[in-house]
Design a protein around this ligand. Structure first.
Ligand code: 13P
Length: 340
């Protein structure tokens, strides 16, 4: 493990005014999104789409890292450059999703644990050779009646910590993602309780497994009302409660926190991130975005699988990256949405 390299990589991923582009959808997730828009679910269409994303001119002004899927890290851009090399040449750190997805926990109904630890040391060695300098593992925690269970919190925190230790061993910065799902009618208070617990237990396990705080990035969900709650908390409350939670759980030695968007609208995701920077609270870590849907959704709709729409789709990607890059500095205003 090179501590120096880990710290340099983490700093580049969350450099001021930049965030991370999550473009690591698995085949089933990407397939569902393509299907809705009538886009053929082929390897070539995924390559064309992801080429559109990464070749967007100016992307690196707002994007410090891009998370790839196993297929993409082995593919080339349309001009024949391997995706990781293209990204690195343009000042964007290439990353790789390494988890094998969330599977049902035995005896616990719909609760999940993320799999993928077997053989992970060897996979990390290969991914490093392919150019990956950071990785991602996503755990999923559901809020509901009698959920989450202690078993779910513990099993996921343990797996995240084992993954993170293996990633650092390979000099690859781990993005540790304990996602508390937005789905449900729960209150923001309940979300706070569950998010704080999940983060607190995750950091306990990270410490137990010897994970270096200075060489990791946390990818949390925001503390937010459930999506079907009919009295949802406002933007400032989401920002304040999210930061309060993180201040209670995340060591100041962690270089960066990069949120997932988790089903928020594009505007909400930008407004929430921005508000975290205008609370008047000094933050000990870089606080930015690692959005998937909130960076890509509108662009994928614009593209719709048609070559003639590629340039227009790139404008949309750049616009979302710019809005969120500004939000990561507290400099986003809703009128930027019109300024495409
Ligand atoms: P969303 O921003 O769409 O939630 O995706 C981020 C991600 O990488 C989930 O693992």
């Amino acid at each position: 493990m090179s501590v120096e390299e880990l710290m340099q990589t983490a700093a580049a991923m969350v450099a001021p005014g930049k965030g991370i582009l999550a473009m690591d959808e698995s085949h089933p997730t990407c397939g569902k999104r393509f299907e809705k828009l009538g886009i053929p679910q082929t390897e070539q269409m995924r390559q064309i789409y992801r080429d559109m994303l990464v070749t967007t001119e100016g992307l690196s002004d707002y994007i410090g890292g891009a998370i790839l899927f196993d297929e993409t890290i082995r593919q080339k851009t349309l001009d024949g450059t391997p995706f990781p090399k293209y990204l690195a040449d343009h000042g964007i750190v290439p990353g790789i999703k390494v988890d094998a997805g969330a599977k049902n926990l035995a005896g616990l109904g719909e609760e999940k644990v993320t799999e993928g630890l077997d053989g992970l040391r060897e996979r990390f060695a290969e991914y490093y050779e392919l150019g990956a300098r950071f990785s991602k593992w996503r755990a999923v925690i559901t809020i509901g009646d009698n959920m989450p269970s202690w078993a779910c919190i513990e099993a996921n925190a343990h797996a995240l910590a084992r993954y993170a230790a293996l990633s650092q061993e390979a000099s690859i910065v781990p993005i540790v993602e304990p996602e508390v799902l937005i789905n449900g009618s729960h209150s923001i208070e309940r979300c706070y309780e569950v998010t704080e617990l999940a983060q607190r237990i995750t950091f306990q396990h990270l410490k137990n497994q010897g994970v270096l705080m200075e060489g990791m990035v946390l990818k949390p969900s925001m503390v937010i009302s459930g999506d079907t709650n009919n009295n949802r908390a406002d933007v400032e409350t989401v920002a304040r409660e999210t930061i309060r939670c993180l201040l209670n759980t995340v060591p100041a030695s962690v270089p960066g926190i990069a949120f997932l968007s988790g089903g928020q609208s594009d505007e909400e995701a930008a407004a929430h991130l921005n508000a975290m920077h205008t609370l008047g609270i000094d933050l000990p870590w870089a606080v930015t975005f690692s959005y998937g849907r909130a960076l890509q959704h509108a662009a994928m709709q614009t593209w719709a699988g048609k070559e003639e729409n590629l340039a227009a789709a790139q404008k949309v990607v750049l616009q979302r990256a710019r809005c969120n890059g500004k939000a990561s500095l507290g400099a986003y205003t809703p009128d930027m949405e019109q300024a495409a």
